[in-house]
Write a protein that binds this ligand. Structure first.
Ligand SMILES: C[S@@+](CC[C@H](N)C(=O)[O-])C[C@H]1O[C@@H](n2cnc3c(N)ncnc32)[C@H](O)[C@@H]1O
Length: 202
């Protein structure tokens, strides 16, 4: 049995999502069309709608998370799309906001997906990237092992660990012409993780 089936796991992940939703609600204008890239169980989207009730959130993921409850999707403000191609299946300039919360390092090609996220935001839109970025190689080994363990608790989630350094991301933003309009760091109280937040525009 997967640990992600246990009520305690669901409770803890719900708590984490409440925390992130609270944080994100200050960065996202209500009424926005939002893509939750690598949405997982969509607990964060469900929590976000409690404070920003006029959002429209599309969740996109390569697997349907075992805890993504179909009853969430009966809410017309929420939808889920399975990603079956390498390209993100939305036209240019579609979303006001794209959120990538702890997703980039699980994609097969973070640089490509960053460019895809840039492509699908409107000219006035933004990307909110919340991502663990390492500072040195020991750090990389530590965050990779923790992350691998956490994700093995769930069924069927592919876990390539394509972490990148903080410096690499900063260079990549420049290379791709992404402007930083907000930056922050979230330190987890339990684990040694460098979680960076960037709000990016084109
Ligand atoms: C660590 S989980 C984060 C889930 C969710 N964002 C959260 O914070 O609760 C990473 C997610 O990214 C998804 N993922 C990996 N590659 C992806 C891709 N190319 N496109 C969309 N989602 C992807 C995984 O299936 C997984 O659900």
């Amino acid at each position: 049995m997967f640990i992600a089936n246990l009520p305690i796991y669901k409770k803890l992940t719900q708590k984490r999502s409440q925390k992130f939703a609270d944080y994100l609600s200050k960065l996202i204008p209500d009424n926005s069309s939002v893509l939750d890239f690598g949405c997982g169980n969509m607990y964060t989207a469900v929590e976000l709608l409690k404070t920003l009730p006029n959002l429209k959130v599309t969740g996109l993921d390569v697997v349907k998370d075992q805890n993504l409850d179909d009853k969430f999707l009966s809410d017309k403000r929420l939808s889920f799309k399975l990603l079956t191609t390498k390209e993100i299946p939305f036209p240019d300039n579609t979303f006001d906001v794209v959120v990538a919360l702890a997703t980039m390092h699980h994609t097969v090609d973070p640089e490509y997906y960053l460019s895809e996220l840039k492509r699908i935001i409107k000219p006035t839109g933004c990307i909110i990237l919340i991502e663990e970025m390492y500072l040195h190689l020991l750090d990389k080994a530590w965050i990779s092992s923790q992350d691998w363990l956490l994700n093995k608790m769930k069924a069927g989630v592919p876990v390539p660990l394509n972490f990148r350094s903080h410096k690499h991301y900063l260079n990549e933003f420049k290379k791709q012409g992404l402007k930083i309009v907000f930056e922050d760091g979230i330190r987890s109280s339990v684990t040694y993780m460098h979680v960076y937040v960037y709000k990016l525009t084109k």
